[in-house]
Design a protein around this ligand. Structure first.
Ligand code: DX5
Ligand code: ZN
Length: 219
């Protein structure tokens, strides 16, 4: 299995001190910065958007991963790319023309991901799986940090990894929501290789050390 990509979610960071939070991540073993964009329509919460991502980009030395929990994402993809996105995931539940949306993300020069809610079967991605760089499997209902991990996620990871082995062995499987040191090794064992962690990292006493432990969780 490939190296684990650790993607701390800035949603749990101190918004009044974003520069120092980003610098901490720059100096840690974090691979991706996970940026949770919420519109108050697709999810029952509003987080931050394009200007904040632009501001983060000024300091970030790592891959910027934008998780769009918004309706009509196509309207804003170019703006997120211009703000600094290296990868963009859109929700399958928010896209009527997912194939076109994925192609557009790639045309912009970003890695393309599809995020799926806990109730959405992984089989819904069967006909786009070969086009994707990553899938973001939600292990909580999107909208809030600090929620409890949904145990059924393990079987979804196994099922998705088996599907990907057939058509896209390099597919990155990202897990988002309630990730911690207890479930991380089992998620990796099931076939995940990208771990998003918000509260577990930022509420810990030593976030850089917590990131390092996630990075090495399968050793
Ligand atoms: C939830 C977001 C997650 C969230 C994860 O809607 O997509 O990325 O920030 O936070 P934790 O790790 O605290 O569950
Ligand atoms: Zn997220």
């Amino acid at each position: 299995m490939s190296e684990i990509i650790v993607a701390p979610s800035l949603l749990a960071s101190d918004f009044a001190n974003l520069e120092s939070e980003v610098n901490m991540l720059n100096n840690s073993q974090a691979d991706w910065l996970h940026l949770d964009v919420m519109d108050g329509r697709f999810v029952p919460n509003i987080s931050f958007g394009i200007p904040v991502i632009e501001a983060i980009k000024k300091h970030a030395k790592k891959h910027m991963d934008c998780h769009l929990m918004i309706v009509e994402p196509d309207k804003y993809l170019e703006a997120f790319k211009n703000a600094g996105a290296d990868s963009i995931s859109v929700h399958i539940e928010a896209c009527d023309h997912l194939h076109r949306t994925i192609a557009y993300i790639k045309e912009l020069g970003c890695m393309a991901g599809v995020a799926v809610n806990p109730h959405t079967p992984v089989t819904t991605m069967k006909d786009v799986l070969h086009d994707l760089d990553y899938v973001c499997l939600m292990s909580v209902n999107p909208g809030f940090g600090g929620q409890k991990f949904i145990e059924h996620t393990y079987s979804k990871v196994r099922e998705l990894r088996a599907m990907a082995n057939e058509v896209n062995p390099d597919l990155i499987i990202q897990i988002d929501g309630g990730v911690n040191a207890n479930n991380a090794p089992m998620l990796v064992e099931a076939g995940a290789n990208n771990l998003v962690a918000g509260s577990f990292v930022f509420k810990s006493d030593n976030p850089a050390e917590t990131i390092k432990n996630l990075k090495n969780c399968s050793n």
